[in-house]
Design a binder for this molecule. Structure first.
Ligand code: BGN
Length: 315
């Protein structure tokens, strides 16, 4: 290399070193004071298969529910939208509870007052979704459930979906709010209104636990049952057409109290339900989740639940 070449090289190295030192000084002067690294959250051990917090039978309080604020104040800490994870162990189930709803504010308070402590004793992760039908058209339970499940699945990888009438209160926390991986579970086996007996063998109304992939396989509920009755029987037929059986926990603890109430306005028995039920086999693959249309008017993360207000149209 020529003398000229060495000179340029030295000059270059000197400038590079100077730049390095300057950068270091600037970094030292202007950077934020050194913060300690956040401590990684301790990895929790898995929750026990049988929660040690279970108490067995406990009578639900059916009337004069506290206000939402009172329920929240006495509750264990929840994340917005009514999401709970056990604080001391890693939950083995994560369950979205979906409630078809319209104009039953006091039932909802009775339900929330009972269900939060009940589920917390089971040490599961859960979130409560209320699918609230907007407007005055005839009520459509199946369609609301489709909406609620679809919206819940946008939020999380739930291992279990539970479709749950707001007027049914579980009496015994050994009735686990989790899912079987192959079949839907009918949780409300013994309801006081039916003298704690199953009204007929294929019934799948009230409270049902179903893994999300099975719900999708069944194409969800029919969207066509406007008014009371039949959508649950259609759902039961879908399960059997997909080769599934109904799982039922023992009657000794799959017990529920129903809040006594008058028939709701806009939910008269559907005179067409028998005809619709004759068409389940023909229609189930084209009527359900894959044909679902609605407008989500609002999604509010309340303290105790997620409120989905939805325009599902009318008959
Ligand atoms: C059934 C209803 C169900 C309801 C149960 C319990 C029908 C369809 C004609 C057989 N089914 O009779 O939707 O969950 O009663 O109330 O009406």
């Amino acid at each position: 290399m020529t003398r000229f070449g060495y000179g340029r090289l030295l000059e270059f190295l000197f400038s590079a070193a100077l730049l390095g030192v300057l950068t270091l000084i600037l970094h030292y002067v202007f950077s934020e004071p050194h913060k300690p690294e956040p401590k990684p959250r301790p990895v929790l051990a898995a929750c026990n298969k049988v929660s040690p917090l279970l108490v067995g039978p406990r009578a639900p309080k059916l009337s004069s529910p506290p206000s939402l604020e009172e329920i929240q104040n006495k509750s264990a800490p929840l994340s917005p939208g009514g999401l709970y994870s056990p604080p001391n162990c890693r939950a083995q189930h994560s369950t979205a509870i979906v409630i078809p709803f319209r104009d039953r504010a006091s039932h909802l308070r009775t339900f929330l007052n009972h269900i939060h402590p009940f589920l917390q004793r089971q040490q599961i992760e859960y979130r409560i979704y209320v699918a609230d039908q907007w407007g005055q058209d005839t009520f459509n339970r199946g369609k609301l459930l489709n909406v609620g499940v679809q919206e819940a699945l946008r939020d999380g990888n739930w291992t279990c979906i539970i479709t749950h009438d707001v007027d049914l209160l579980p009496e015994d926390d050994r009735n686990m709010y989790s899912c079987d991986s192959n079949n839907p579970t009918h949780l409300s086996v013994a309801v006081d209104k039916f003298n704690y007996k199953l009204p007929y063998p294929s019934i799948l109304g009230g409270v049902v636990a179903i893994a999300p992939d099975l719900f999708k396989k069944m194409n969800g509920y029919s969207n066509k049952f406007w008014g009371w009755g039949g959508e649950d029987d259609d759902f039961s037929t879908r399960a059997s057409l997909c080769g599934m059986k109904l799982v039922r926990p023992p009657t000794a603890f799959a017990r529920y109290k129903m809040i006594v109430h008058k028939r709701d306005k806009g939910n008269a028995p559907n005179p067409n339900r028998m005809n619709l039920l004759k068409q389940t086999r023909k229609n189930w693959q084209s009527d359900g989740l894959n044909s679902l249309k609605y407008k989500l008017l609002s999604k509010k993360l309340e303290a105790l639940y997620t409120n989905l207000t939805v325009d599902i149209g009318g008959t």
